[in-house]
Design a protein around this ligand. Sequence first.
Ligand code: MG
Length: 374
Amino acid sequence: MRITHIGSVLLKPTGWVLVKVKTDEGITGIGEAYHGAGVHQIAVDERLTRPLIGQDPRNVDKLFRDMMSSMSASGFYQGAVMSAISGIESALWDITGQAAGVPIWQLLGGKFRDKIRIYNDCHAGETETPEAYAAKAREVEARGFTAIKFDIDPLPSRRDRYNRCISNDDIAHYVEVVTAIRESLDSNTDLAIDAHWFYAPVDILKIAHAFEDLNLLWLEDPIPPENIAAMEGVTKSTRTPICTGENFYTRFGFRDLIETQAADIISPDMAKAGGLLEGRRIADLADMYYIPIAPHNIGSPVQTVANCHVMAAVPNFLVLEFHHLDDPFWEGIINEGTLIQEGHIDVPNLPGLGVTLNEDLLKNNFREEFGFFD
Ligand code: MG
């Protein structure tokens, strides 16, 4: 079997980037690359695709390394380049699974579980009041989710956008909000909070300390992602579990974070961190330190299902992110119907990825100036 063609499409209004890899035996693989400026163009750039055309798509790891080598002049291990590589790598696994007649999780070592637990990312309530947040949390819990996340981004009252500080009033507000959410939920429903890298260690620790008796699932991205020593300082200074990882690339990018145990839980995004096998490697590295993995995922059903295959195949899976509750476009882009039921996704047993694209819907929702993948 040989690769004959690689195509990409940029969907609107979501910005999702889907990748198609075609072969001379009629098998086509689909994958998703993390959306971002230029990713859809890099995925079909001849400098990236040249080493793939004519090759056997089932030599996935070799082709992953060939893609990195071919893009070394463009920054081979990070950013939009690695996002594009991740989408293609994922499509290669879809082809390999279809050709072998087995699901991707089988190729990654077999499965530990039949269902993948999903957490719903909630974007505030109708207003910023503690009651509105709590009402939203109860509404999502009532739909079967056993894990829920909210954000604590800077309020409009913030005094300075650049110094990463948070006022005492804003700290008090968020402590009140998160306490109200926590108290409104069943004690066995998990609650995570995302701080989106906005704060300085000295300030986010005031919040983390105030959260300590709320038994959160985690506090995510408390400080900017670049400084592992600063992250380690935060993580080791509070009983609130700390989660980070969505802006790290490849196992090499995760190495220092994991080896210094600078996070209690890691959240790689496999659509940018290197794809599915790299996701398995990152999970295994974390498992050596008994660190759970809770993948970041803001993608379409293609990326969400790809996550499910990898997370079925690793022991230390905790929970998977989801952002599109009640979004008919999210549901509609695959032909297989409703994915999430009672807060879980059934791990597919069909060959390859196990889902197919609703091309009619896609053809009405893509950025025409960049073309449609055929
Ligand atoms: Mg996040």
